[in-house]
Design a protein around this ligand. Structure first.
Ligand code: NAP
Ligand code: ZN
Ligand code: ZN
Length: 350
């Protein structure tokens, strides 16, 4: 077994605290990664605090992982020691069902194996995530990362990046499309970067007045305060796409109203309470709500290659592991610019 240091939650009310545990020895298709950076996703906070129900403890969160391959199993083909590599929200799946065969493992018929907060395929070991010094994973769920990119900025691509890239690609967002992004957090800021890179005219819908200048720096062409009813009214039936990356409880109605004929509300935000839908707003303009969960293995590699080509990374605030509980509190106040990323050296030296 491989001993690792980590930070874990022991229950929904406790702060994260140091936790030592062991990773499995490498199987034939496994790689061992020394973790350099681990991004902090709002899903980590939702799950640590059991906001979606069914959380399993102890829980080592973290599913935006970048590091160096330090050892490979006997059958590994994609990696050699020394490669820079990433791991995202999944570490396994059934591998046999139709979605798995199509490399859309996030929609595995048996359920994907999450990087943490669930059992591994053996149904007994709790998978533990990236707030740790090392991780072992089957190479299918490990991605190549270009060394030309800033590593701290790469980590959030593994969740915030793929989760926003995938629905925008699925919807074939292209030059001239009018796209709005709701919620300027980790996911929202990546959505702005991708939609701009795809050529769309991008409007940021935010509840925070303080974020306008940043939204424009990220490439947004327009900024609208979503609490400003008059400004929102002017945008009714205006957009082809609204991407909802909101973490807090909210109503879909204010965003649905903004969609033009056949417009789509792409939902990636997962608040604690189920959002309400006004069906009259839904049928008007033949509007459509599409949910989307991260992205499959093939698309995740495609996204990372796209980012390397376009030099896209997340805007990050690098923190030591020991700052995580304060970081969660700041995330709840919408005070993140625009992703906390843990420098795992802080845990290795502790
Ligand atoms: P985040 O960094 O905390 O950003 C969320 C942003 O939403 C906030 O900065 C804020 O932006 C806005 N917001 C928060 N509460 C709001 C409310 N009540 N009404 C309107 N806007 C509000 O979170 P994140 O890491 O980007 O994650 C966003 C959501 O996506 C989370 O629920 C997360 O669990 C989910 N998620 C889903 C997937 C998936 O596969 N679908 C993957 C990863 C994460 P402004 O200040 O601009 O208003
Ligand atoms: Zn995430
Ligand atoms: Zn499957």
């Amino acid at each position: 077994m491989i001993p690792v240091k980590a930070f874990a939650a022991q229950n929904a009310a406790a702060p994260l605290a140091p936790f030592d545990f062991e990773r499995r020895e490498l199987r034939a298709n496994d790689v061992l990664i020394d973790i350099l950076f681990s991004g902090v996703c709002h899903s980590d906070l939702h799950q640590v605090r059991d906001e979606w129900g069914g959380s399993m403890y102890p829980m080592v969160p973290g599913h935006e992982i970048v590091g160096k391959v330090i050892k490979v199993g006997s059958e590994v083909k994609k990696f050699v020691p020394g490669n820079t590599a990433g791991i995202g929200v999944m570490v396994d799946s059934c591998r046999e069902c139709k979605p798995c065969k199509n490399h859309m493992e996030q929609y595995c018929a048996e359920g994907m194996t999450g990087t943490y907060n669930g059992f591994e395929r053996d149904k007994t070991t709790i998978a533990q995530g990236g707030y740790s010094t090392q991780i072992v994973c089957d190479e299918r769920w490990v991605y190549h990362v270009a060394d030309s990119l800033d590593m701290a900025g790469v980590a959030p691509l593994l969740c915030a990046g793929i989760t926003t890239y995938s629905p925008l690609k699925y919807d074939n967002v292209k030059a001239g499309d009018k796209v709005a992004v709701a919620g300027l957090g980790g996911l929202g800021h990546m959505a702005v970067k991708f939609a701009v890179a795809m050529g769309a005219e991008v409007t940021m819908l935010s509840t925070s007045t303080s974020k306008e200048a940043d939204a424009r720096k990220l490439g947004a062409h327009n900024f609208v305060l979503s609490t400003d009813e008059a400004a929102m009214k002017k945008l009714e039936s205006h957009f082809d796409v609204v991407l909802d990356a909101v973490s807090g409880n909210h109503d879909y109605e204010i965003y649905l109203k903004l969609l033009d004929v056949s417009g789509k509300l792409l939902v990636v935000g997962l608040p604690k309470d189920q959002p309400k839908v006004n069906t009259f707003e839904l049928i008007k303009n033949r509007r459509c709500i599409i949910g989307s969960m991260i992205g499959g293995t093939a698309e995740t590699q495609e996204m990372l290659d796209f980012c390397a080509e376009k030099n896209i990374v997340a805007d990050v605030e690098v923190i030591p592991m020991q700052y995580i509980n304060e970081a969660y509190e700041r995330m709840l106040k919408n005070d993140v610019k625009y992703r906390f990323v843990i420098d795992m050296a802080s845990l290795k030296q502790a």
